[in-house]
Ligand binder design. Structure first.
Ligand code: SF4
Length: 279
């Protein structure tokens, strides 16, 4: 059994949180630059230019990509042959607390959803666990702002729906909520499982490499069809028109019940903040 000190995880997670807040993934920055070249709408070009400059300044000066420094979501995929020593949840909270306080990142989390008192250190994070074979741990950190979180949803669809109707559900949702989610978006779709599994998949989909399609041919086709249709909506960057409403659409799926067809639609805004490490 491999033993990993909780202290080590805390240091890694703190660094991932800081880097995610300041450093837009290079693949996304390059996609914004490519979109700017290809856009014909002048407003879209201006918005993309601002987003590119914003990302470059944030990286250079180590300041947040967005004023909404979000809620921290931590995905831990732990190998069966690894043991983590110490109170891991406390270490993860400490990582969030120190990353936010030391870097003056906005604290956006309230203790109680109804009483609304700020925790003042952005704790607690949302933590998802998965057990995997092997002796490694993969840690993925996502910073999710609530402009795009509020624009995300899960729908429990009728299992007899045809593919065209599923596409229509997604397009109608993006038409209504996409402009509020700070496009250009990455759209993560979780199909199948149960209600919460579909949402989990739609979040995990955001970590996939840009333009990496689903390996299943019918899902790959669906990703491409939805991406084309979303980009024909003329929502565009910042909702000001153009053909770059989404940079990518990713679908993750899971077996489901004969009587159900869960569909989670996770709209990820242009402040795409995630970092991963495997140890
Ligand atoms: S939706 Fe994203 S880009 Fe818009 S304010 Fe929130 S975190 Fe920032």
């Amino acid at each position: 059994m491999r033993i990993i000190e909780g202290e080590e995880i805390y240091k890694l997670v703190k660094k991932l949180i800081e880097d995610a807040n300041f450093d837009l993934p290079l693949s996304i920055l390059n996609a914004l630059k490519r979109a700017k070249e290809e856009e014909e709408n002048p407003n879209a070009k201006i918005v993309l230019d601002i987003l590119i400059k914003n990302a470059e300044i944030a990286k250079e000066k180590r300041i947040p990509i967005c004023q909404d420094c979000g809620m921290v979501i931590i995905f831990l995929e732990k190998g069966e042959e690894v043991c983590i020593k110490g109170p891991l949840e406390e270490y993860l909270k400490k990582a969030v607390r120190e990353a936010y306080l030391e870097n003056f990142l906005r604290s956006s989390v309230v203790k109680d959803p109804l009483l609304r008192e700020n925790t003042n250190d952005n704790t607690p994070p949302i933590i998802h666990w998965e057990i995997m074979p092997g002796d490694k741990i993969k840690i993925s950190v996502m910073i999710k702002g609530f402009g795009s979180e509020n624009a995300s949803t899960v729908k429990m669809l009728n299992p007899t729906l045809e593919k065209e109707e599923i596409v229509r559900e997604v397009i109608n949702h993006v038409k209504e909520y996409g402009p509020n989610a700070c496009p250009p978006l990455i759209i993560g779709l979780g199909i199948g499982g149960t209600m919460e599994k579909a949402i989990y998949l739609s979040k995990k989909a955001i970590f996939r490499d840009l333009y990496e399609r689903n390996k299943k041919p019918h899902l790959r086709e669906l990703e491409e069809e939805i991406l084309d249709k979303v980009n024909s909506l003329n929502i565009g960057p910042g909702g000001l028109g153009g053909k770059t409403t989404a940079l990518d659409v990713r679908i993750e799926d899971y077996p489901t019940h004969i009587a159900g067809l869960p569909l989670a639609i996770n709209l990820q805004c242009c402040a795409i903040r995630f970092k991963e490490i495997e140890i």
